[in-house]
Design a protein around this ligand. Structure first.
Ligand code: ATP
Ligand code: MG
Length: 131
């Protein structure tokens, strides 16, 4: 996902350019806005964390871009491309170093395993929306 902060700040095009230049194939994509229930479900793994309320509020405050990306070693390579959760710790040239504001508003989400990528892809897309 391209998160609401990056959408608000006009970075959709630049982020998609970095993603495709890095060799990812976009197999599904949409511009949409999460409901509170959607965000609570998507980030359910974090529901006991102190920042959960802030995270749900942030993720629902404006539209996002959701996409399914394909590449060999996609999970690891995408997380390398986006950089550390906290942009202050993200490597030079990473998406979060370039476009994130802070640890909460950090421009992009990436799946953390192939299994979660399957679940998250199915969360956003019907089978016929995946090419
Ligand atoms: P994501 O799952 O969005 O790709 P991540 O895997 O790098 O990010 P997680 O630990 O899964 O990081 O945290 C999920 C999201 O919760 C972060 O991307 C960020 O938006 C928010 N978050 C994480 N830690 C904090 C924090 N300490 N304070 C506020 N928000 C946080
Ligand atoms: Mg995560």
């Amino acid at each position: 996902m391209i998160k609401p902060d990056a959408v608000e700040n006009g970075h959709i095009g630049a982020i998609l350019e970095k993603i495709t230049a890095a060799g990812f194939k976009i197999v599904a994509m949409k511009y949409t806005q999460l409901s509170v229930r959607d965000a609570q479900e998507f980030y359910a793994i974090h529901k006991e964390r102190p920042f959960f309320g802030e995270l749900v509020e942030f993720m629902t405050r404006g539209p996002i871009v959701a996409a399914i990306l394909e590449k060999d070693n996609a999970v690891e390579d995408f997380r390398a491309l986006i950089g550390a959760t906290n942009p202050a710790e993200a490597a030079e040239g990473t998406v979060r170093k370039l476009y994130a504001s802070n640890i909460a508003e950090n421009a992009v989400h990436g799946s953390d395993s192939d299994a979660n990528a399957q679940i998250e892809g199915a969360f956003h897309f019907a089978g016929r929306e995946v090419y």
